[in-house]
Design a protein around this ligand. Structure first.
Ligand SMILES: Cc1cc2nc3c(=O)[nH]c(=O)nc-3n(C[C@H](O)[C@H](O)[C@H](O)COP(=O)(O)OP(=O)(O)OC[C@H]3O[C@@H](n4cnc5c(N)ncnc54)[C@H](O)[C@@H]3O)c2cc1C
Length: 290
């Protein structure tokens, strides 16, 4: 690892000011699970490290019925996994966290760090996009709230400005809704070869009708992506196996997987199709029962 100067920031204002001062030569450090490996491998060599992990104000999970769920950017994966309110109200999120890496990584790694890494294989990003999440980005004298699906630009690239940090994730409440994230990986807690997160809302006056659905796939495009064509096919319709099969086929055609040691493009499309099919079915069951 190359030499760098280290600054522990005491609060968000100081962190943003330091990031602004050192610009592209600086990197924020939270849990270090991605950043330190990238520095060790010399993929990146920042001259200034701004340690934000000590900003305890950004480590929280808050829920109200009216507002929904708010998670501070420095909350660890493990806290999300173990949170009673998340298990109760947003079960798919806690369930996904259980399959994300090892307990050691989840103890250190933060939700903000995961999203800002913009790894195409992130499990958190598709899950949160399916849940309709927004993120708050705070910079020097600025604060903006953006839909998470607009946050990613390319593999390992986001819309974050140099002085900004991700301070909060917000998930709205929804009724008659349920979802699930699932992944195909070499081992259960490995990075996904293909992942799918589906969140479905039923019509309150007719529980057989799908009011809304978000189908998000990970690891198969440079950024997590929804299959809007598949969603449109199901929205407003009575959910049945034939419709689900058609939607899954369409979703698998909407992706651009790359062949690698984990499988051919065709293999990954096939896995995506099967996972989309399974997640729609399970999301519909959960929407009725959770
Ligand atoms: C062995 C291993 C297995 C893994 N398996 C999985 C997996 O199965 N699924 C999955 O989704 N992920 C997986 N990961 C990725 C892991 O979730 C991330 O490494 C972790 O969440 C990153 O968080 P961090 O706090 O450690 O970020 P850091 O490593 O500290 O930072 C990562 C990047 O984000 C930036 N950053 C950090 N926090 C902020 C912030 N609040 N605002 C702005 N920029 C910020 C940093 O500057 C850096 O560029 C794995 C990682 C490891 C090491």
């Amino acid at each position: 690892m190359d030499n760098f100067k280290y600054f522990p920031a005491k609060d968000v204002t100081e962190a943003c000011a330091l990031l602004a001062r050192y610009g592209e030569e600086a990197k924020a450090l939270s849990g270090g699970q991605s950043l330190v490996s990238m520095m060790k491998e010399k993929f990146i060599s920042p001259s200034y490290i701004i340690d934000i992990k000590g900003i305890s104000d950004l480590d929280y999970i808050r829920y109200t019925k009216d507002d929904g769920l708010r998670i501070g950017g420095l909350t660890t994966h493990r806290s999300v996994e173990k949170s009673d309110i998340i298990r109760e109200k947003f079960f798919m999120l806690a369930e996904m966290e259980y399959t994300l890496a090892s307990v050691a990584v989840r103890n250190w790694g933060t939700v903000g760090g995961n999203l800002c890494s913009a790894d195409p294989a992130s499990d958190l990003a598709p899950t949160l996009i399916a849940l309709g999440a927004q993120v708050t980005l705070t910079g020097v004298d600025t604060e903006r709230v953006v839909r998470l699906e607009e946050f990613f630009v390319d593999s390992f690239e986001t819309i974050l400005n140099e002085d900004e940090i991700l301070t909060e994730i917000h998930i709205p409440n929804a009724i008659m809704s349920g979802g699930i994230h699932t992944k195909f990986a070499r081992r259960a807690t490995d990075l996904a070869v293909v992942s799918v997160a589906t969140y479905l809302t039923l019509d309150v006056s007719n529980h057989d009708l799908c009011k809304d659905i978000r189908i998000v796939m990970g690891s198969v495009n440079p950024i997590p992506s929804r299959s809007k064509r598949a969603e449109e096919l199901i929205k407003g319709q009575k959910i049945n196996d034939v419709l689900i099969e058609k939607a899954a086929q369409i979703a698998s055609e909407d992706i651009q997987p790359t062949a690698d040691l984990n499988g051919t493009e065709e293999f990954k499309r096939d896995i995506a199709r099967v996972l989309v099919q399974r997640t729609i079915k399970e999301a519909a069951v959960r929407a009725r029962t959770l």
